[in-house]
Write a protein that binds this ligand. Structure first.
Ligand code: NAD
Length: 346
């Protein structure tokens, strides 16, 4: 089957993970990069042996490019998604899809109108530990879900925020530890525990010279009746594994980074032993707890391969744009609670 031609928009830190992923895939061919900084595009093109486009128009007009990945600063995603959709390119867009629900709606409507896929990147959702816990929730193994919580005690140097002018700004990063770093864990929380009905939150900027929060805590009420807590930070030295906890009246599971560290259910299943032995002690996926570059490209590769398969076979991709929107809506609700000092009702 003919390989799907991809172009990458934005040639910064995460774009290299996209390019590495593409190089590892048989059904994908990387055609080239576009970046508003031509020198950034040229550097990546030389590294990955492909084209550097000097204008966006030229990039979009290249008929070999059937799909694009978007790796530009978060609040600029719409500047790439809308023209790419109008040029009939399928799109895999970095998280967050955009930084407001209104912008997400605009992108979703434009992609629908132009009949192209729009998929948000949530690469860590596909790691086996997360998949197994979500499956257990779907099977009802927790019984009545009581608590569903996220703890991300991470660390970022000031130099991380200083490395690009958009980082740590409301206008383009859209928020701090919650919108930028913890968004993956929020996506997983909502995927496993279901939608929230309300949230109350407090936040602060404690250890960095930035506009947005580097510490935030929230109390969540889920539709299911469960409650949850969220603690996220980029101030905690030296940075610890992220933790997701789900406790019900019939069972409980805890994930640390990509390992299952608790898996206890009233009703045992034949695969439980294998789940515990495979996912307990392994720590193959390095944590982003203290270094944003300390992630692997395998999750991105899975999502890029999935989009390529969807383009060729028409099967539904693993994630859709609504899931990207849902997480942004939740995060904006948390920020609204911080601003008003009241619970935000969804
Ligand atoms: N999935 C993950 O785990 C993960 C990790 C890191 C970053 N991200 C996301 O990836 C995106 C980029 O982050 P980064 O750390 O790579 O940023 P970065 O600052 O390193 O790179 C961004 C690049 O985009 C270019 N750019 C800016 N506006 C552009 C435009 N309109 N068109 C084309 N190029 C443009 C810049 O010149 C720069 O080279 C953000 O949305 C971020 O949240 C995701």
């Amino acid at each position: 089957m003919k390989k799907v031609g991809f172009g990458i928009i934005g040639a910064g830190m995460i774009a290299r993970f996209h390019a590495q992923s593409m190089a590892s895939l048989e059904n994908v061919k990387l055609i080239g990069f576009f970046d508003t900084s031509l020198s950034a595009a040229v550097k990546c093109a030389e590294e990955f042996n492909c084209k550097a486009f000097s204008t966006f128009e030229e990039f979009l007009a290249d008929s070999e490019i059937e799909a694009v990945t978007i790796a530009t600063p978060s609040g600029f995603h719409h500047l790439s998604v809308i023209p790419a959709a109008k040029a009939k390119k399928h799109i895999l867009c970095e998280k967050p899809l955009e930084i407001t629900t209104e912008k997400c709606d605009e992108l979703i409507a434009c992609c629908r109108q132009n009949k192209v896929y729009l998929i948000p990147v949530f690469q860590t959702r596909f790691y086996p530990a997360i998949q197994k816990v979500q499956q257990a929730a779907k099977q009802g193994r927790f019984g009545k879900m009581l608590f569903a919580s996220v703890r991300m005690h991470w660390y970022r140097e000031q130099s991380y925020y200083d490395s690009s002018s958009w980082r740590g700004t409301w206008a383009v990063d859209g928020g701090g530890a919650l919108m930028n770093q913890a968004i993956h864990h929020i996506d997983q929380l909502l995927w496993i525990a279901g939608d929230a009905t309300s949230v109350s939150a407090l936040s602060a900027t404690r250890t960095h010279q930035i506009e947005v929060e580097d510490n935030l805590a929230a109390l969540v009420q889920f539709k299911s009746g469960a409650t949850g807590t969220i603690e996220v930070s980029t101030s905690c030295k030296p940075g610890f594994p992220r933790r997701l906890e789900f406790t019900g009246d019939c069972g409980s599971a805890v994930i640390e980074e990509d390992n299952i560290v608790r898996w206890v259910f009233d009703q045992t299943y034949p695969e439980d032993e294998a789940i515990l032995s495979d996912l307990r002690a392994k720590n193959e996926n390095a944590a982003g707890g203290s270094d944003p570059r300390n992630i692997k490209a395998d999750g991105h590769a899975l999502q890029i391969a999935d989009l390529a398969k969807a383009i060729r076979s028409g099967h539904a991709p693993m994630l859709d744009a609504e899931e990207g929107r849902r997480t942004v809506e939740f995060i904006c609700g948390v920020y609204n609670s911080v601003r008003t000092g009241k619970s935000h009702i969804f």
